[in-house]
Design a protein around this ligand. Sequence first.
Ligand code: AMP
Length: 420
Amino acid sequence: MIQLIRGFRDILPGESERWQAIEDTARAVLSDFGFREIRIPILEATELFTRSIGENTDIVEKEMYTFEDRKGDFVTLRPEATASIVRSYIQHKLYAGDPFHKLFTTGPMFRRERPQKGRYRQFYQINAEVLGSDSPLIDAQLVFILKILFSKLGVSDTTAHINSLGCPVCRPAFKKALIDHVVGMDTKLCVDCARRKTKNPLRLLDCKVPSCREAMAKAPDMMAFLCPDCREHFQRFKTALSVLGVAYVTDPRLVRGLDYYTRSTFEIQTNALGAQNAIAGGGRYDGLVKALGGPEMPATGFAIGLDRLAEILKNDTELQTGHPKVFIAAIGRESREKAFEWVCRLNEKGIPAEMDFGDRGLKAQMKRADKLASRYVIIVGEKELSAKTAVLRNMSEAQQEAIPFSMLIKMVIERIANAS
Ligand code: AMP
């Protein structure tokens, strides 16, 4: 039997309804905040990611699904969406006229990480990006949107962690201080940190290996290095969060694994998951549009991890909407043909309805209706056919009534509308 590739998975019915509910809620919230959808390809030129994410990152060094296509071009299954959105923004000159754009997208990302609960090789994100503004108020709005979205979904156990990564003016001194801090500590650093310490020293701060953590326990703090502009930017970000009632924790260890982030950075963490506790992350990337060949253009954004969000909401029964509202139990071929017509008519009117296409008895069919948690069951057999009257049974109230065929669809629709 051919099986799934490790780290990849199927989202089956029963689970997919929850995913849809999350996506629908996210679309509605993002649309309320003025975001418009952009759809971008899954496959891009490899160079897009090596240039934007940076050579000395886990993603580019060891996690990308890269291959040479039949013409010898190097292509990569996207490990994240921001680079593609920026590419598209530049390629289609979306900055001409009004450069300010609020864009969102959703879809699969691919990273060859070590699979574990909450970490997959194909995983899904909802991305929101705001291009064309350097205002810290936009950063605060993004964190606010995440808070609103998570609370609408009933995920309350979340904390916003924030930090500032500075800018090209002040970050070099901080990077140097980090490099100086680990001088002579090579034996304590993990292989990755030891190798990358001079090229990507920020990563030293969020490495999870205990000996690296120990080595960095007394590491310098970016806050002490922020230039006056970055300091003011960060202060205004924090003030705006307070005004919006978003509680936050300043976390000097919060760095992003991607090179292009500047200034505000944030992550939403939850206690509802195990080790993989981040359900959304993002921040400002003021240098990226220029680095990818566009004009000087500040930008900021976030990515929500859909897989992890769906995992948290696993026990939320309200999001399990796959059950038909109506089940039609039909006995005999002629009744089944009648039932089939009704099922199609109800489906046409937007009412989930189901029936048995086999030759099973009433008892077995009622059992199935029960299992499907149908609210109503319509029963039709020989007796009902000759009287041209079906039995409509309300399952939760255990009551039933006889309804003429000619009125059936209309009455069922009415009953359902009144009940909900
Ligand atoms: P990043 O693009 O690394 O900033 O990640 C943003 C969010 O995507 C994280 O907070 C996670 O919720 C989610 N995420 C990242 N990598 C994975 C993965 N391998 N599997 C599942 N979710 C992931």
